[in-house]
Design a protein around this ligand. Structure first.
Ligand SMILES: *Cc1c(COP(=O)(O)O)cnc(C)c1O
Length: 385
């Protein structure tokens, strides 16, 4: 049986070749250091695990959950938004639970697109925005994120006829893969743009709590008018080291939350309730683990920067997320350089073109391994030079 055209048209998996090489190097006994993994290396805080254990013993939690989430979970999300951002959300109508934010990001296109519709998608970016668009039969229009624009899309560059055909716009700050953070002026422009072209803004705020140098990332929903034109996807994955737990939410525009809830009631049956109780414990419990996490990533970032300076590399000092986006030295493509580094230094870095065509010429490193390993990896690369 032949797979669908949409499946056939998905971009090739660029990391497959690298993964094969990592496997080979490990089999030969090399100590490979991977700076390629966008997954926190630290465990979930203990009090969150305790909440899961307790809630999992209650038989009420063994049945099908509601596909939009327990009311008490949605209330905890609303309280967290109020405390953290000063944003008012109605837990009944403006919050829906997700099986991790990736699930909602992939599905929202299916709930909104008709064949031929356009989604505005950042490039480089988290691949799910474009892939969800394609699986829904839509067409991604790439908004280039360039260094000279501090990795913010230039809305004025989007042609009028494209904007008129667009249904959704994806944005993501603090940004994966560039580490850029957006300011209020940018979000204000996005609200105006979305209003004038009738576009639903989908802001991916997965890294809102991972920011550095004492600055706090904004929520898109803090901007006046944002709730009329957009939603925010969020998740416990990065803030509380819970990537394996699969729990997140979408919040904001009431109609969009209703549409998403209706879509989900037809395709899944929600998040295991015990995990939702653990999520409440995460949002409402002590937050010192989050402060420690920021400090740890910042120390890793600063250690990496020190050696990168000596290497003469060109990079953006990340203000948020746990990635660094670095220019490939002259004479290499992204793929060539990453293969060269893997072969000679046994260090995994990911080629920028894996995040879109405008990522060519860059590579990404993730700060998700111990500081000493980051230092060792970069020293190995330094020795090659
Ligand atoms: C990690 C990540 C997410 C979070 O995914 P979950 O499905 O919530 O685990 C979302 N967006 C971006 C850009 C990410 O890097």
């Amino acid at each position: 049986m032949k797979e669908s055209t949409a499946m056939q048209n998905l971009p090739p998996y660029l990391f497959a070749r690298i993964e094969k090489k990592i496997e080979e190097a490990r089999q030969q006994g090399w100590d490979v250091i991977s700076l390629g993994i966008g997954d926190p290396d630290q465990p979930t805080p203990e009090h969150i695990i305790a909440a899961l254990v307790e809630a999992s013993r209650n038989p009420e939690n063994h049945q099908y959950p509601s596909s939009v989430g327990l009311l008490c979970y949605r209330e905890a999300v609303a309280r967290w938004y109020k405390n953290r951002f000063g944003v008012d959300l109605d837990p009944y109508t403006e919050v829906v639970s997700l099986l991790g934010s990736k699930e909602g990001i992939a599905h929202i296109s299916m709930a909104y697109l008709d064949p031929g519709d356009i989604n505005l998608v950042p490039d480089p970016g988290y691949p799910v925005y474009g892939i969800g668009t394609q699986l829904a039969g839509g067409t991604p229009y790439l908004m280039p994120l360039k260094e000279e624009n501090r990795y913010l899309p230039v809305l004025e560059d989007i042609p009028d006829h494209v904007a008129k055909q667009a249904k959704l716009m994806f944005i993501n700050y603090p940004n994966n893969p560039t580490g850029a953070v957006a300011n209020r002026e940018f979000y204000q422009k996005v609200v105006e743009f979305a209003r004038s072209y009738d576009i639903l803004v989908c802001h991916d705020a997965a890294y809102s709590e991972i920011s550095y140098d004492g600055c706090q990332a904004l929520s898109f929903l803090q901007i006046p008018g944002a709730k009329e034109v957009g939603v925010e996807f969020h998740s416990l994955s990065k803030t509380y080291n819970m990537t394996g737990w699969r729990i997140g939410w979408m919040a904001g525009n009431r109609e969009a939350v209703e549409v998403m809830g209706r879509f989900k009631s037809n395709v899944d049956s929600g998040v295991f309730q015990a995990i939702q109780y653990a999520g409440i414990a995460a949002l409402e419990g002590p937050q010192d683990s989050v402060e420690q996490l920021r400090k740890m990533y910042q120390e890793r970032r600063d250690a990496a920067i020190e050696i990168m300076r000596q290497l003469g590399w060109s990079y953006l000092t990340p203000q948020g997320s746990f990635y660094m986006w670095v220019k490939v030295p002259p004479g290499y493509t992204s793929a060539e350089y990453c293969e060269y580094i893997l072969e000679k230094a046994k260090v995994v870095i990911t080629p920028g073109n894996g995040y879109g065509q405008y990522g060519e010429g860059y590579f990404r490193i993730a700060l998700t391994v111990d500081k000493s390993r980051i230092i060792e990896a970069l020293q190995r690369i330094k020795e090659l030079a």
